[in-house]
Design a protein around this ligand. Sequence first.
Ligand code: AKG
Ligand code: FE2
Length: 222
Amino acid sequence: MSFKIGQSAFDFCEESVFPPVRLSGDGSLNFQQLPMTDACVSYAPNFLSVDEANIAFEELAATLEWRQDNIVLFGKKVKIPRLQAWYGDSNASYMYSGLLMQAMPWTESLDRLKSRCEKQCNKQFNSVLANLYRNGADSMGMHADDEPELGTKPTIASLTLGAARNFIFKHKLNKQKYSLVLEHGSLLVMQGNTQQYWQHGMNKTKRVNNPRINLTFRYVYQ
Ligand SMILES: O=C(O)CCC(=O)C(=O)O
Ligand SMILES: [Fe+2]
C-alpha cells in the first residue's frame, strides 16, 4: 500500500483528483486531501502560477457581467453580500434561492480556466458560478451545493483568485468543523459525499480589504 498523508485521521477518497501522495520539488503541483470524514476534498494551493492568477483576476474582474442579486429570505427581499455572474453552455440554467439564473456564454478566459480544471479533475463542466467578494465585508452563508440538478456526488472545482480568505466546512450531523485559507491561484475540489454531509461558507472579516474572485465549475443536469 502506498503512503498517504495523514492516513490515520480519515479515509482517503478514491475519486480524489489528486494522487494520494504529495509530490514535492520545484515546479510540481503541491496538493493535499483534507482530513475530513464523510467527504472527499482536495486542495492545491499553487494550481495556477502567481502570474497566471494575476492575469486571470484582472481579466475576470474587468470583463464578467457582475451583478448583485436579491434573494428572498424569510419573506424579505435582501441583497446578497457579494457580486455574482453565471456562465455556461446555452442550456445550463440554475435555480438559486428561488432565482432562475440563465447562463451567459463562456468568455475566452473562463473557457480556458474551465479546460484547466476539467483536465485536472478528469470531468466535464458545463457551467460556472463566479463570485466577487469586494472586500472582507462580503461573504457566503453556510450551504451545501446539493441541488438536484447537480446530481448525486457532484464534482465541484473551486478556483480562488485575489485575496486569501478563510473557508469553513461544517458537518451537517455531528457539527464538526474544518477550515482552511484559500490562496490566490488555488484549486479546491469537492467530490463524493461532501455536499451530502457538509456545508461550506465564508464569514465576513475585518482583516481583508482586497477583492477575491471565486469560480465554482459545475456540471448541471437539465
Ligand atoms: O467563494 C467560495 O470559495 C465558495 C463559493 C461557493 O461555495 C459557491 O459558489 O457555491
Ligand atoms: Fe458552494
